[in-house]
Every structure is written in structure tokens, then in C-alpha cells.
Design a protein around this ligand. Structure first.
Ligand SMILES: [Zn+2]
Length: 464
């Protein structure tokens, strides 16, 4: 009897020790992990709280999110079914949930400008549920409810279809991201100080009414603050239709034999078929053209936030225009239509191996072989404006070189997709190809750009 009692006591103590040990051990186990994705800092009119909770256990954790402002704490999300759950829960895996809960002014009417704090807490059972483990993440926030302000300053915006225009506008507060939107295409604006305008609210931007966009595409200036609040203002403008040419390009076998193997050799990995030259040509004309244009567009990010030029741009000296901007080309081989592409530049013919002059002052950002463009130079002139020179036989500059207007970049040639010696010349605004005719015209540069800068209190030369 006594032995039995002792044995029992021993078992109870042992059991207690095991349970106690397990309980203590469970206390060291980690709780669920919380990833607070949004907001990073700012809360605006339409901000969303977004977070993910990962729990390794089999049971769904209890999750709460509390929003605090001015000493008032409000539960804005909870998995407690007896409360009124708000927000959207996506089960992203057996143990992972993703929560989206709007916390802008619409969703939280008591929201005020100023500082705030959000805390997400997740609690899950550990070790067969003998204990729970909690994790919480807190973030300090700043609520901004006033929308930014934006308004156009410059007058007279006349845009030719496919052409550029320049706008001076005000955008506040100072930390807004501002620019121009044409249809769905955005152009970044630069601080007015880059052209000598003292007022810190003033921004300047070049933009394009794309040849492939509708003539009546909306043109607005916008300002977005870090809390996502946005303001826009319409740019008064007069767009003019510019008819684009249509042309017929005959592709013969001599041309295929000249260009296809050469481009294939210089562009390894592009998958160009050199046994079937017509197939190879179509890969070049479609896929490689698209790739090369994407490479060119990405170089827009390298632009300097200042206007590096003081004059209008120039056309290659003593050159004849063989083909204009946005020429719609249909390609034929042995009388059969094989392809259609748009020619995004000017073809300028001069003497063979003529000196290629930089159209304006700038910095060389590309001097290399580039697929259909052959030996190619791209010069950045700042404020998103860049010029491209293609099919060159030799390159006399390298990336990083500062070049003056008229400085020799190399010699014309027929490298890349070219039938004979000529210069293919393209102007770009933030990576979008634009008709260079306006930029070549000193009257346009004076009236649309330099005058607007001077009228806003900045510094730009007067062109006659
Ligand atoms: Zn061309």
C-alpha cells in the first residue's frame, strides 16, 4: 500500500516535471512571423494596411491589428469571429495568410493628419497547444490627408502628332513626385533649379504626343506625395495632325546575304537563323528590333537632371532626307508581303563615311554595336532628351565622354540593318522616339523652351 502510494507520488512528480519542462520549453518556441508590407511610413486618402502572417503550427493563429492615434487605440482587424472582422484575408498557403485592410480616410473616418502607429499581433498554439506564443510588430506612421497642389505655369503648348512639347508647372509640397502624363505614358519632371528657376515649387518637363497615340490623348501634369495622394491639372494645348508616310521596302537576296549573317555574328544568342536568311531577317526585323528599342528606352534612366545644351539641335551637315519619322513600312520579298514596321527616325544621306556630328552638347551614354542599329552612339542631353546615331562604320567616342555640338562621334556606314551608307538619326524624350524636326528648329527651341524658362525666372539663351 505504502509502496503503491510512493510509486503514485513518484509518477505524479515525474509527470509534473515532464509537463513543467514541456511548458517551459514551449515558452521558448517562436510565435508566428509577421511581415508588415504596407504602409512603409505614410498613410493617405487611400492607403491599405497589408501584412502576411506565417505560423508553423497546424492551427490558424489569432491575429489582431490595432491603429493608434492621439492615445486612441482602435482594433482595425481581427480574426476573432465574434467581433466584426474587417479586411480581406487571403490564404496564401496552409500556414500563411495575407491580410489587406484599407486604412485611408474613407475606411477610418476619424483619421487625422499627424503621427500614428499600427501594431499587428499574432498568437498561435505551440507544442500541442499546451501554451501559446505571440509575436507583434509595431510601425510608426505619418498620416497625410491634404492632396498635393499642381498647376501649369507656361503658356502656349502646340503639339504636333509625334512631336515634343515643354511645360513649366508648380507642384507642392516639395517632396512630391511630379511629371506629365500623355494618355497612359508618364514623363518625369525636373526641378526648376536645373534651369535656374529659384522657386522650389517649379518643375519643368519635356513630353511627347506619341505618333502611335490618339491626337486627342489627355495631357495632364501630376503630383503624387509619398502617402499616395495625387493631384492633376490639365495642360491646355493645341494638337496638330501630321500625316505619316507609308512606304514599300523591297527585300532582295543580296540584301539578306549582306545583313543577316553580319547581324547574327555581332549578336550571339539572338537566335538568328543564318541557314534560312528570310527567317533570319524576320527575327531581326521583329524580335531584335523590339529588344534593341527596349534597350534604348531603358537608357532614359541615365539622363542628367540638367539642360546640357544652349542651342537648337542640328541635322547632319549637307545631308539629304531619305526617310522621315514614323514612316509606316511594308516589307516585300519576291512580290509577297512579309512584314510591317514603323521607322522611328530619319535616314540622312551624305558622302560615304561622312563625319557624324553630335546634334547638340551632351554626354555619350552608349557607343557600341546594337543589333539593327549596327555601330550606334546615344548622346544624353539632359532633362530626358537624347539623340541616337546608327549604322556607323567607326566610333570615335566612348561612354562617359562629354561632346560639344558638332563634335565628330564617328563616321557614317552601313552596319546593322542598312542597305547602304547613311545615318539613321533618332531623337528620344524619356525613351520615347520623337520627331526631331521641332528640336532642329531654333525658332521652336526659342519659343517653346527657352522663352518659357526665361518667363518663369530661369536662365536660357535667346535664340534668334
Ligand atoms: Zn533608318
Amino acid at each position: 500500500m505504502r509502496f503503491l502510494m510512493r510509486a503514485l507520488l513518484f509518477l505524479v512528480i515525474l509527470g509534473g516535471l515532464v509537463l513543467g519542462g514541456a511548458y517551459l520549453y514551449a515558452g521558448t518556441l517562436p510565435g508566428p512571423t509577421i511581415e508588415l508590407k504596407s504602409p512603409e511610413k505614410f498613410v493617405g486618402q487611400n492607403t491599405q494596411l497589408e501584412f502576411a502572417v506565417d505560423a508553423s503550427g497546424t492551427e490558424v493563429p489569432n491575429v489582431d491589428a490595432v491603429f493608434e492615434q492621439d492615445g486612441q487605440a482602435t482594433t482595425i482587424f481581427t480574426t476573432d469571429a465574434s467581433a466584426q472582422p474587417q479586411g480581406e484575408v487571403k490564404q496564401e498557403g496552409p500556414n500563411r495568410m495575407f491580410v489587406i485592410r484599407p486604412i485611408g480616410k474613407q475606411a477610418l473616418p476619424t483619421l487625422k493628419a499627424g503621427s500614428a502607429r499600427v501594431t499587428v499581433t499574432a498568437t498561435a498554439p505551440v507544442l500541442y497547444g499546451i501554451r501559446t506564443a505571440s509575436t507583434s510588430v509595431t510601425r510608426d506612421l505619418e498620416v497625410r490627408l491634404d492632396p498635393p497642389r499642381v498647376g501649369v505655369v507656361s503658356l502656349h503648348h502646340f503639339i504636333n502628332h509625334g512631336g515634343p512639347e515643354f511645360v513649366v508647372f508648380r507642384a507642392t509640397p516639395p517632396d512630391v513626385v511630379a511629371g506629365v502624363r500623355v494618355g497612359t505614358v508618364e514623363y518625369p519632371a525636373f526641378a526648376g533649379s536645373t534651369v535656374g528657376i529659384q522657386d522650389p515649387a517649379v518643375r519643368v518637363a519635356f513630353f511627347v504626343l506619341g505618333y502611335d497615340q490618339d491626337l486627342t490623348s489627355p495631357v495632364i501634369v501630376f503630383a503624387r506625395d509619398p502617402a499616395g495622394n495625387q493631384a492633376t491639372s490639365n495642360v491646355q494645348r493645341k494638337p496638330s495632325r501630321k500625316p505619316f508616310a507609308k512606304s514599300r521596302i523591297e527585300i532582295n537576296d543580296t540584301f539578306l546575304q549582306t545583313v543577316v549573317p553580319a547581324i547574327a555574328e555581332n549578336t550571339p544568342g539572338a537566335g538568328i537563323d543564318t541557314t534560312d536568311l528570310l527567317r533570319g531577317f524576320l527575327t531581326i526585323n521583329r524580335d531584335l528590333r523590339k529588344q534593341n528599342n527596349a534597350t534604348i528606352a531603358a537608357l532614359a534612366a541615365k539622363t542628367k537632371p540638367e539642360m546640357l545644351w544652349r542651342e537648337a539641335f542640328s541635322q547632319l551637315s549637307n545631308s539629304a532626307i531619305e526617310s522621315r519619322f514614323a514612316d509606316y513600312r511594308t516589307y516585300y520579298h519576291q512580290g509577297k508581303e512579309i512584314d510591317q514596321q514603323v521607322h522611328l527616325g530619319f535616314d540622312l544621306a551624305s558622302l560615304q563615311q561622312a563625319a557624324v556630328e553630335s546634334a547638340n552638347r551632351g554626354i555619350v551614354i552608349l557607343a557600341n554595336y546594337l543589333g539593327i542599329y549596327g555601330n550606334c552612339v546615344i548622346v544624353d542631353h539632359g532633362l530626358g532628351v537624347q539623340s541616337l546615331y546608327a549604322h556607323m562604320s567607326t566610333l570615335d567616342v566612348k561612354e562617359g565622354d562629354t561632346v560639344e555640338k558638332g563634335q565628330t562621334l564617328g563616321r557614317t556606314g552601313a552596319t546593322g540593318l542598312a542597305g547602304g551608307d547613311h545615318l539613321h538619326f533618332t531623337m528620344l524624350v524619356n525613351g520615347v522616339s520623337v520627331n526631331p524636326v521641332e528640336l532642329w528648329d531654333p525658332h521652336w527651341m526659342e519659343d517653346r523652351v527657352f522663352r518659357k524658362i526665361r518667363e518663369a525666372g530661369g536662365q536660357a539663351p535667346t535664340l534668334k
